[in-house]
Ligand binder design. Sequence first.
Ligand code: LLP
Length: 422
Amino acid sequence: MTLPGHPYFSFVGSELHAEGCSLRDLAQRFQTPLYVYSRQAMLAALCPYQSALQGRAHLICYAVKANSNLSVLKVFAEAGCGFDIVSGGELERVLAAGGDPAKVVFSGVGKTRAEMRQAIEAGVRCFNVESIAELDVLSEVAVSIGRRAPVSLRVNPDVDPKTHPYISTGLKGNKFGIAHAQALEAYLHASRLPGLEVAGIDCHIGSQITETDPYLDALDRVLDLVEAIEAAGIPIHHLDLGGGLGITYADETPPSADALIGLLLQRLQSRGHAHRELLFEPGRSLVGNAGVLVTEVLFLKPSEQKNFCIVDAAMNDLLRPALYEAHMGIVNCKEATTAPALTWDIVGPVCESGDWLGRERQVAVQPGDLLAVMSAGAYGMSMASNYNSRGKPAEVLVDGQSAQLVRRRETTQELFAHEKPE
Ligand code: LLP
C-alpha cells in the first residue's frame, strides 16, 4: 500500500519501504536518526518541470539549500539541472558533485566580496543581485579581476504568496529584492557599471506556495518591468521566476509543476513574451516528498495532560516543526494491527519545550518502534545543527533495491575537533 502523496514510500507486508528497501533494515544497518531519500522520487518530481518546459529555452536550477547532500546534487546534475546557490560553500558543493558552473545562478542578499570573486572565477551563469549597493560592489570586484559579471536583478513584486510569514519573501516589508518602484532605476545604474552585463530579471516570492495566483500576479508585475526596462534600451534575456512551489505535507493541494508552468506560459504568450528563456529555482518541490527521517521510539510517557512519545530524533535533526510550527506527517514504519489507543506528542531529547516533531498524533506506538517523519527531504538535513552536542544524522540514498550511505553519522570527536581546552 502506497502512502497518499508519497508514491515511493509504501508498506510491503507490514513494513514501510522506500522504493525496494525496508526502513527497518536501513535503520538496523545505519542506526537512527536516519534520513532516507528516494532517487526515483526526486527524478519523478523533476519530470513535470522538464516536460512542461520541453522544446523551449529554459534552465531548471535546483535550489541547493533545500538539500545539499553531494549525492542529491549529483542526481540533479546528471539529470541536466543547473543550481541556485546562496553561498560560496554551496558553489563548492555543486562543483564537487559534478555540477556545471555555467548553469549556476547565485542568489542571496548578502554575498561577500570573496564569494563574488569565487563565483566569477568559477564562471557562474548569473548573479541574482538584491540591492543597488550590491551592484556597485559586484562591479568593482569584477573589474578588479578583469571580468564582467552577468547579472539579473531580483525584484520584489510585492505580492502575497499566502504562506508562512517566515518563508514569504516577495512582500514590501521583506528584506529580499529590489523594490518594484526602484527597479528601473537600478537597471539603468547596472547598465552603466563597467563590471556588469545585464542578463535577465529575477523574482522569488516565497516558499511552500500552494496557489497559482501569486505566481501569475508576480509574473505580471515582472513583465511590466521588463517592458519598461527594454523601452529604456536595456535588453532582458531571461526571466527567472524563482522557486517556491509547495508540496503536500498534510492536506495541501498545490498545483503540479506542469499545471503551474502551463499557466505561466499562457500568460507569457498572451503578453507577447513567449520567446524568453525561462529559469526556475525549485527546491522543496523536487526533494521534499523524496525523503523521510527515521527515528526510534525511546520512551513513552503518558500523563494526565499530555502523552509524550520520546524519540531519538530532535529539533537539531529536523527544525521545521520547532521553527515554523510546521506539520509533518508521522507514521509507524510497521503497519499497526490495532487502532491507536492514545494521542501522542512526538518529542525529541533536546532540552527545549519547542523540541517537538509532531503534536497530538494518533499513532500506535511501542518503545523500540521506528517512526518515519514524512516529507523530510527538503530543509531537513540542510537545517540540522549540533545543538546539545548531538551528531547530525546519517543519510542514505535508495535506488530500487540498493541503498547507499551518502553521509555517515558524525562522531562526537568530530563535533569538537576544532576546539581545544585552554
Ligand atoms: N530561490 C530562492 C532565492 C530562495 O530563497 C529559495 C528558498 C528557493 C529558490 C527555493 O524555494 P523552494 O522551491 O524550496 O520553496 N526553511 C524553510 C524554507 C525556506 C526557503 C528559503 N528560500 C522551510 O523549511 O519551509
